[in-house]
Design a protein around this ligand. Structure first.
Ligand code: F0G
Length: 472
């Protein structure tokens, strides 16, 4: 990047376009009520700006598309597999690599093997599928994120080392199946983890003979923060930082749909041959043979390229600057944004945005619905809809935070899309008082947020269009 000018341009130009259907307010209200007020149930064509997830939504580069033409679709020993294996080995330094169709398949294999009733997994924060895969085995998943740190602290994703030691001595190291360090800490606000914290976690785990797992689906974004905000790393490349972090762990689980820059893919990498043999059995039973797992040859080609592209300094700079641009504009307007902004998404504290909506009426779901109704923006609730539980009397045990996440699909939206989102928020600020909460009318036992049905508690929250003029 030329540092003479302060505008940071998208470091790509557009070769193929995907039209966006510009819907009316009336159409959106209709679409949303048909989707039972759950944006997961909308058709993507009904969405104008899709911030549901950064997962599998990346625009691929011309190099990735070209590589796909080289896909070797042989059942065993495909040349595409050896390219992918080499690029994963380069990143992780782990000799046993198991390809899977996405991250949760790698989780199911590893945690399905390690987890059973009476065992505990500890993490800075378990992602929802991670927690579900663990709890499904009968094991317990506990989150130990650092607490009470300043707004300016860049490593809010860290795991609390003091609490980790306490839990180990309380439960006994032999009952801890693994410690999972999630980088960046997605459910905790997309916040990065420092190298120091990763080193401390590694030291504690290895002192007690506990397996340390990196849930590394955003390890390149995490490396950006380490290079820019942790002392001693400014001269290291992003890739070297990621490799240094990988070297601290015993296992590496990756949903390649994030920093792999592909639409589908994942893998599990391990250091231990016995663990690898056990996991390979499960891989073959549930995903596929060891040289393709759940992937086609062309998927493996695209991923081998994506794992290199993601470490491009221009890409990572644009990526983090984009989320920061939206987050800091919203923060300046008085929207309660989790600051500093993390890598892949902007997180908003919906309980603070709608203080009049009690947690058991799901303020996050209200914000998600309002963003869609007002601007056709799809986001996701990361609060008591996603993580809430019920006590024996059926009363909601709320999640620790009521967040809404606006996750950026990599290389997909431009600055004018972000300016539009900022303008929509201007409208939501003015309309806050008219918004009421939601109740759940249908839900499943696990991962209910994907399919739950909702209804508004009051009908008075009217739908209005954002003002035409920019509110900046
Ligand atoms: N771990 C983390 C930290 C994740 O963010 C995800 C997925 C997974 C594991 C599971 O990977 O989807 O490939 O099976 N996160 C997506 C999201 C779904 O929207 O944050 P997967």
């Amino acid at each position: 990047m030329d540092m003479k000018f302060k505008t940071i341009i998208e470091p790509f130009r557009i070769k193929m376009v995907e039209p966006i259907f510009i819907s009316s307010e009336e159409q959106r209200l209709n679409f949303l009520s048909k989707a039972h007020y759950n944006p997961f149930l909308l058709s993507s064509e009904e969405v104008m700006i899709d911030f549901l997830t950064d997962s599998g939504t990346s625009a691929m580069s011309k190099e990735q598309w070209a590589a796909m033409m080289l896909g070797d679709e042989s059942y065993a020993g495909a040349s595409s597999w050896f390219k992918l294996e080499k690029s994963i080995y380069h990143l992780t330094g782990m000799p046993y690599i198991l390809p899977t169709h996405q991250g949760r398949a790698a989780e199911r294999i590893l945690y399905g093997y390690l987890g059973k009733k009476g065992t505990t997994f500890i993490s800075n924060t378990h992602f929802d599928t991670t927690r579900a895969n663990i709890e499904f085995t009968g094991a317990e998943a506990i989150d130990l994120p650092v607490s009470s740190i300043s707004q300016e602290d860049h490593f809010k994703g860290n795991l609390d080392i003091t609490k980790l030691k306490e839990e180990i001595s309380r439960r006994g190291a032999e009952n801890i199946a693994a410690v999972i360090l999630t980088v960046t800490n997605n459910s905790g606000g997309g916040q990065p983890v420092s190298m120091k914290n990763a080193k401390d976690v590694s030291a504690v785990c290895h002192e007690h003979g506990i397996l340390m797992v990196l849930d590394a689906c955003r390890i390149a974004e995490n490396a950006y923060f380490i290079k820019h905000y942790e002392a001693g790393y400014s001269d290291n490349s992003y890739e070297d930082i990621a490799r240094e972090m990988s070297a601290l762990a015993d296992a590496f689980v990756m949903s390649a749909k994030k920093d792999g820059m592909v639409n589908m893919g994942g893998f599990l990498a391990l250091r231990d041959v016995e663990l690898s043999d056990a996991c390979k059995n499960l891989l073959i039973i549930t995903e596929g043979f060891t040289t393709y797992g759940g992937l086609s040859g062309r998927d493996m080609e695209a991923l081998a390229v994506g794992l290199k592209e993601v470490f491009s300094p221009d890409y990572l700079h644009y990526r983090i600057v984009s989320t920061t641009y939206l987050g800091s504009h919203l923060n300046d307007m008085g929207v309660p944004v989790v600051m500093p902004v993390g890598g892949h998404a902007v997180y908003i504290d919906a309980a603070a945005f709608y203080p009049h909506i009690p947690v058991d009426e799901y303020p996050g779901q209200a914000l998600v619905c309002e963003l869609y109704k007002a601007g056709g923006i799809r986001s996701v609730e990361v609060g008591s809809v996603m993580f809430g539980k019920y006590d024996a009397s059926g009363k909601l045990i709320p999640a620790p935070k009521e967040l809404v996440r606006l996750a950026f699909p990599p290389r997909v939206y431009t600055q004018s899309h972000l300016d539009y989102v900022i303008e929509v928020f201007g409208f939501l600020i003015a309309d806050k008082k008219n918004v009421s909460g939601y109740r759940i009318t249908k839900e499943t036992e696990f991962l209910r947020h994907f399919t739950a049905h909702f209804e508004p508690i009051s009908n008075k929250d009217k739908v209005k269009q954002p003002e035409a003029e920019s509110c900046l």
